[in-house]
Design a binder for this molecule. Structure first.
Ligand code: NI
Length: 206
């Protein structure tokens, strides 16, 4: 009897808790089903958009700065040991392969490491790859906003051997944007220079 009476008051609480869990599951399910068709419907429109960043000369730039030409974007950081330099070399080799046609594309390297990648450091780095390569940096907030509209993941990873040092984990995708600023296609990191050149030619000279 004693046990029973002490259990009773908690039962409505349990029912309430179960009800709340069920309700939040339903809300989450509803949110998913309403979001999905919207994402699919507008699809490519969700990649890219207005931005404010700083170029490697320290000038403020926006999406309007690069309008009228295709943009080939790659995200990374100058201290990257392998992926970034390799991809920028692939980009440059593809441009060489394309010849004058590549003049219609602005190659852009966007840093996800604003703490270290100042405009000066970006300028010194990009000149190793292509004379027309543009480096973009900005405040941590500007870079976060830019990475968000391009669905780029990045994360600081402290160096276990030297806690003062860190790497940046980041998505390695090339984005081709149209002269109107709209997303055209993306290329995985595994695309080689020849494949990239062929794919870009198909878009620029269909
Ligand atoms: Ni990298």
């Amino acid at each position: 009897m004693v046990q029973n009476s002490s259990l009773l008051p908690s039962r409505p609480k349990l029912i309430l808790a179960a009800g709340l869990i069920l309700l939040s599951v339903l809300i989450a399910a509803l949110a998913l089903t309403t979001l999905k068709p919207a994402q699919m419907g507008s699809g490519t429109a969700l990649i890219g958009g207005p931005f404010t960043m700083m170029n490697d000369k320290g000038e403020t730039v926006t999406e309007k700065t690069y309008a009228g030409k295709y943009m080939l974007l790659f995200f990374g950081f100058t201290n990257c040991g392998d992926v970034c330099p390799t991809e920028l070399q692939v980009m440059a080799a593809a441009f060489t392969e394309m010849g004058a046609l590549s003049d219609n594309i602005t190659p852009i390297f966007v840093t996800v490491d604003p703490e270290r990648d100042t405009p000066k450091i970006m300028a010194d780095y990009i000149k190793n790859f292509h004379p027309r390569l543009v480096g973009l940096t900005g405040t941590p907030e500007q870079i976060a906003a830019f990475a968000k509209i391009y669905h780029i993941y990045y994360q600081k990873v402290p160096d276990p051997k030297n806690p003062a040092d860190y790497e940046m984990d980041h998505s390695s995708i090339l984005y081709l944007m149209g002269p109107d600023g709209k997303f055209i296609k993306h290329f995985p990191y595994t695309t080689d220079a020849k494949g990239l050149a062929e794919a870009l030619k198909k878009v620029l000279q269909p």
